[in-house]
Design a protein around this ligand. Structure first.
Ligand code: PNW
Length: 481
């Protein structure tokens, strides 16, 4: 099957788009919501571009009905969103905030009324600030709090939501949040980051147990990871070792315990100079290995690494450009810009990384369905004088990556769905509103939503499950469908 033929996706394939609570909701102080670590962090001068915050974001907390209508108009059959922990359990402990839960309950009902399957992520980085003040993810207690929160959400929404995801990208939470300090809570302590990774793993396991106990048997549990498609710059033993180490720190630190019930020996050896891992207690790996119904893969760009043997300039690995290393114990690994076209994030476009990851997990975890829980690109999209937003670069990006997904399915990977990041432009973490990942353009002054060409392109795909060979310019108007 070549890129010049139409590619058919399986029946029942989920065609979705994704968002996350802090990135879209706004309404930061409404209905009893308390601050999350991102409310705090975004107020620290210099941490988020232009001093942006999620206070208003794209006002989805008030515009959700219109947003669901838009999803329906775009023929999506699934929507991946996250629940804001501080909105439904403001201090991270104790009883639920009823009005916060009511918001998600109404959202779920509206999605179902439009034939859109909700996929709910419990944690997309917005830890209640009170839990961070008590120590945050480096502390074991936070994992127990998460399980309690998971139970509370499951009891409220479990009768209608079938697809559950515990965590989104725990790598970012642990290593960008506690190691590099470029994400909330902005700490720069490599041991704290490793402890955070373990307690996020434990939160996943305890959370999965709590979900199972509260949900009907038909519920499907998953986690969304951002595994690295990491390549060595050369075949030298040193560069291959750099690749192995980054693979351990980015991916196997999570898939080891989650899929196989143990941390990789090489990871423990590589980090022996930092920690003896005594924060991992007997029994933890068995909890973390709780059976999953799907594995979510978020993918944007590959990495290229080498051993750094000389004095090199400050690292630039595309993780926010901070001065603190998000790779504990790997100060002697250099990151290089992979070849190819770049997005507005300066991330290189290379769909083969997605293919490789899907094939890897289909071999590593036979029988475990896969979902592409995020894939997409930021470009500098602006409306033309008529108000239309043409984004041929995004169409090309999506087309290439969906071809990679199709090729993986043809080669035996059991991929059940694809979620475009993102439904609409939103708060892009430390980049604020400066990076637009949406298929739908948002005018931040008016909150007007305008589907970009890529949204119409994707709608056609969602409607037909047929990926056509690329014809440049074909989707530059809504009526081109
Ligand atoms: C993911 N990195 O974030 C998140 O799940 C989304 O919330 C986010 O908007 C999207 O990808 C685009 O960035 C990432 O530095 C943030 O490697 C940073 C990195 C990876 C993913």
């Amino acid at each position: 099957m070549s890129e010049h033929e139409t590619a058919s996706f399986p029946d029942g394939f989920l065609w979705g788009a994704a968002t996350a609570a802090y990135q879209v909701e706004g309404a930061a102080r409404e209905d009893g919501r308390s601050p999350s670590i991102w409310d705090t962090f975004s107020r620290v001068p210099g941490k988020v571009r232009d001093g942006d915050t999620g206070d208003i974001a794209v006002d989805h907390y008030h515009r959700w009905r219109d947003d669901v209508r838009l999803m329906a108009e775009l023929d999506l059959n699934a929507y991946r969103f996250s629940v804001s922990w501080p909105r439904v359990q403001p201090t991270g402990r104790g009883p639920a905030a009823r009005r916060g839960l009511d918001f998600y309950s109404a959202l779920v009902d509206e999605l179902l009324a439009h034939g859109i399957r909700p996929m709910l992520t419990l944690y997309h980085w917005d830890l209640p600030q009170e839990l961070e003040t008590a120590g945050g993810w480096p502390e074991r207690e936070t994992a127990r709090r998460f399980a309690d929160y998971a139970h509370l959400v499951a009891r409220a929404l479990g009768d209608r939501v079938e697809l559950w995801t515990t965590l989104n990208e725990p790598w970012c939470s642990a290593f960008l949040g506690y190691g590099a300090g470029v994400h909330a809570p902005g700490r720069t302590d490599q041991v704290a980051a490793l402890r955070a990774a373990h307690h996020l793993n434990l939160a996943h396991g305890l959370g999965a147990e709590a979900l199972r106990a509260a949900l009907p048997a038909s519920a499907r549990l998953s986690v969304a990871l951002n595994p690295s498609a990491v390549r060595a710059r050369s075949r030298s033993a040193e560069d291959l070792d750099a690749q192995r180490r980054v693979d351990a720190l980015s991916t196997r630190i999570f898939t080891g315990p989650m899929l196989h019930g143990a941390y990789p020996d090489d990871l423990i050896a590589d980090t022996a100079g930092l920690t003896d891992w005594s924060f991992v207690r007997d029994g933890d790996p068995a909890v973390i290995k709780h059976p999953l119904d799907a594995l979510g893969v978020n993918y944007y760009t590959p990495s290229v690494v080498s051993a750094a043997t000389d004095n090199r300039p400050p690292r630039d690995d595309g993780h926010g450009g901070g001065e603190h290393n998000p790779w504990p114990g790997a100060d002697d690994v250099a990151f290089h810009q992979p070849p190819g076209a770049r997005t507005a994030m300066d991330w290189s476009v290379d769909p083969s990384g997605l293919y490789d990851l899907l094939m890897r997990f289909s071999r590593e975890a036979p029988g475990l369905p896969l979902m592409v829980t995020e894939n997409g690109a930021a470009f500098d999209d602006e409306p033309d004088p008529e108000g239309a937003v043409h984004d041929p670069d995004r169409i090309a990006y999506l087309h290439g990556h969906l071809n990679a997904v199709h090729r993986a399915i043809g080669d035996g990977a059991d991929v059940r769905g694809y979620f475009l990041w993102s439904l609409m432009d939103n708060f892009e973490w430390s980049y604020g509103y400066s990076k637009r990942f949406g298929a739908v353009h948002v005018d931040y002054a008016t909150q007007a939503r305008t589907p970009k060409s890529s949204a119409y392109w994707y709608a056609r795909l969602a409607r037909t499950s047929q990926l056509l060979p690329e014809v440049p310019g074909m989707y530059d108007a809504p009526d081109a469908n």
